[in-house]
Design a protein around this ligand. Sequence first.
Ligand code: ADP
Ligand code: AMP
Length: 214
Amino acid sequence: MKLIMLGAPGAGKGTQAARVAAELKVPHISTGDIFRSNIKNGTELGRKAKEYMDAGKLVPDELTCDLVADRIAQDDCKGGFILDGFPRTIPQAEALDKVLSSRGEKVDYAVNIDVPDAAIVARMSGRRACVSCGATYHIEFNPPKKEGICDVCGAELILRADDKPETVQTRLDVYHEQTQPLIDYYAKQGALVTVDGTQPMDEVFAAILAKLGK
Ligand code: ADP
Ligand code: AMP
């Protein structure tokens, strides 16, 4: 199954994508994680992406689309994949459709996690991310077993630079302007399913599986 996750920054895409990927046994591909790992490793791509990410802006499509096309061409994606954080613009969605249709494939479901802006800012200030493996926690709603330490790999947890309230507002503006139109785009393809992302995480997960017929 080929899935994409839609929703505002902080809606819970990464949280749910990880769980759904484990359930469906397909890779979870997060463009944000790929950029952060490039920044950490000091690559040219990381250097270019960082200035946009720190400002809460989108990394340009030309740096993003080829990266995803290469990733989904790898062997582990043959049985499907979950894209988390891609596409974020109409040109990215068109690029994805082009790559998939050249292989006689398509996006099966676009899962839209719906959370109003007012709930997002509070969520983001409590998000903590692992510096090493990218696992995500929330200090109130999904705390790690040991404060400040990743349950998965034992590395340090941080507040992402782009989760500061002033940057979150920019990211929400960018979301409404450039990413929200994808909801219509996938509705027209008949691939859109929407879940209420204000519910507790387990309920959001159950709602997604139900919409996927799992
Ligand atoms: P996204 O990938 O859409 O940016 P995340 O999955 O990282 O969002 O979630 C943002 C923050 O909100 C994280 O700290 C996460 O633990 C928390 N979170 C995710 N889903 C829920 C939920 N249903 N209720 C409360 N907090 C949530
Ligand atoms: P995320 O981890 O999905 O919240 O992404 C963090 C940041 O990485 C975003 O605010 C963007 O700057 C950048 N980014 C991630 N995915 C994309 C994408 N598909 N297109 C453009 N920028 C992206």
